[in-house]
Design a protein around this ligand. Structure first.
Ligand code: ACO
Length: 330
């Protein structure tokens, strides 16, 4: 079974409620129709009657719940919650209301926080920063986690590496700067994400331009330190580094460059040393190897909120909603 079919089957087995706040984009309705027809999730669309009429015409979204942010009986509850969460940042009831009406992503996050929804998918027509900032501000990290990061589940066709071509790549989406501690946490979260979505043991490579001291540079030291921290702090994870990409993936190269490593040559979870490397790396594999890139899926948040590429198709939204619903089942 293809990866995404398996995820859809898991989503259908225990249906969750996912909010789509981008009522200004036709792909939202196309995706909602498909999700409802396939029974992948319950759908909430946030939008005014005018927005729904202008953009949703011709799509059957009769099974969706429509929340009008200007005329919603639950609105005061969300304003109160917003103020409770952000009063220390100077948010007043008036400012909360204005923000929720201007940016439906805030509305969607507050629905989760108040228990009226299980997750959010947005970003078809908003930047990554604008999509995830409300979630970082309102929903915050899971207990014990310091930073949210973003991964792609990569499905590479005709590939003998990773788990028959399945990989997690992280952080490809969120943190412009990572130190060794943060990189170690990304390794732990990514291992959990791989195991949850793929159902196999993660083998985590901490990537660099050096393998086991072959080059000397502060950037190499950072990755080696991150691997050491991850090994000590998360002893149940199979993690190693610093490793070059070929040493991480290819057994014959691993034998030469990192003999004795349980991860080198078998890695299925790749942790990149910077957002540049991660973001460029996933796009290279997506475009040149014609891989499916599902994500960015956020890890470490207290509720599942996921981003989309602005170039996405309705089917991509369906896939990310299914993954969000599976995250919500936990
Ligand atoms: N984990 C947890 N909390 C965080 C994180 C994080 N990684 N980053 C920021 N926060 C928190 C802050 O502590 C702050 O909390 P507070 O308001 O309660 O004090 C809140 O989020 C806002 O933080 P700021 O630093 O003020 O927000 P900023 O405007 O910098 O936004 C963001 C953070 C959006 C993550 C920013 O770092 C960013 O834009 N990252 C890059 C996103 C991107 O462009 N990715 C590449 C494209 S993705 C793709 O190609 C598919």
């Amino acid at each position: 079974m293809a990866f995404i079919d398996d995820i859809k089957a898991r989503a259908k087995a225990d249906k969750k409620t996912i909010v789509l706040p981008e009522s200004m984009d036709k792909r939202t309705y196309d995706a909602a129709e498909k999700i409802l027809k396939e029974g992948i999730a319950n759908i909430v669309i946030i939008g005014t009657p005018e927005e729904i009429a202008a953009n949703g015409a011709g799509y059957d979204i009769s099974g969706a719940v429509i929340v009008d942010p200007f005329n919603d009986p639950n609105k005061q509850k969300y304003i109160d919650k917003f103020v409770e969460l952000r009063a220390s940042k100077g948010v007043t009831p008036e400012a909360a209301q204005e923000q929720m009406e201007k940016d439906y992503m805030y509305y969607a996050c507050l629905m989760c926080k108040c228990g009226d929804a299980d997750g959010v998918v947005s970003g078809a027509c908003h930047s990554t920063g604008n999509t995830i900032r409300p979630a970082l501000q309102l929903l915050k990290t899971k207990a014990g986690i310091s930073s949210v990061s973003g991964f792609f589940l990569m499905e590479v066709p005709d590939c003998q590496y990773g788990e028959d071509g399945l990989f997690v790549f992280a952080d490809c989406a969120v943190m412009p700067e990572v130190d060794a501690e943060k990189m170690a946490e990304v390794a732990a979260l990514s291992a959990e994400s791989f195991e949850s979505f793929v159902g196999k043991k993660a083998k985590v490579a901490m990537l660099s331009f050096s393998t086991k001291g072959s080059a000397k540079h502060d950037n190499v030291t950072k990755v080696a330190d991150a691997a050491a921290i991850a090994k000590e702090k998360y002893p149940d994870i199979d993690v190693d580094g610093e490793l070059q990409l070929d040493a991480a993936l290819v057994p014959s190269v691993a034998e030469l460059k990192a003999p004795g490593s349980a991860v080198a040559g078998h890695a299925n979870t790749l942790v990149f040393p910077s957002l540049e490397a991660g973001n460029i790396g996933y796009k290279l594999v997506q475009r040149l190897a014609k891989a499916n890139a599902y994500g960015p899926i956020l890890q470490g948040l207290s509720y599942p909120v996921n981003d989309l590429s602005r170039g996405c198709y309705a089917d991509d939204i369906v896939g990310v909603v299914a993954m969000t619903a599976v995250q919500a089942q936990k």
